[in-house]
Design a binder for this molecule. Structure first.
Ligand SMILES: [Zn+2]
Length: 141
């Protein structure tokens, strides 16, 4: 039973940021969603273009914005599979719109990617400094 409870806590943590979100029921399309496949945020089932047999081809898609400290907002598509939408939709207040969800502007992704790369570089050089300062041969006597 403990295992099941852990899974529920993990799922709840994944789904809670999507409370009251509006979704579009969509066919997965590589060019439109700018990626080759996606995964259900709840069960991690793969969602991919039609013709890939092992994956779902349709699902519910919404837009998710993540705000990391000191970085531009990261805007992403988030998918929920049919089964999970039916199972958890009421609990999380999910709505379905007949309208297309907005296209994520490309420059948003680039802003975030550029800032994130800078951040990684800063972290990397800080770690190098840290490692260098801990090496005894670099200590100035
Ligand atoms: Zn799912």
């Amino acid at each position: 039973m403990g295992v099941n409870r852990d899974i529920d806590i993990t799922r709840d943590a994944s789904l809670r940021p999507f409370c009251d979100h509006t979704f579009e029921f969509a066919i997965f399309h590589e060019a439109r969603f700018k990626t080759t496949d996606a995964h259900c945020i709840s069960c991690w089932k793969r969602i991919a273009p039609p013709g890939k047999n092992e994956a779902e081809n349709v699902g519910y898609v919404t837009i998710h914005e993540v705000n990391y400290k000191d970085l531009p907002p990261l805007v992403q598509y988030a998918w929920v599979c049919n089964d999970c939408f039916a199972r958890y939709g009421n609990d999380y207040g999910w709505k379905v719109s007949k309208q297309r969800i907005p296209q994520i502007p490309a420059e948003t992704e680039h802003d975030f990617d550029a800032a994130y790369r800078d951040y990684l570089k800063r972290i990397g050089s800080q770690e190098k400094d840290l490692i260098a300062s801990e090496k005894p041969e670099n200590k100035q006597e």
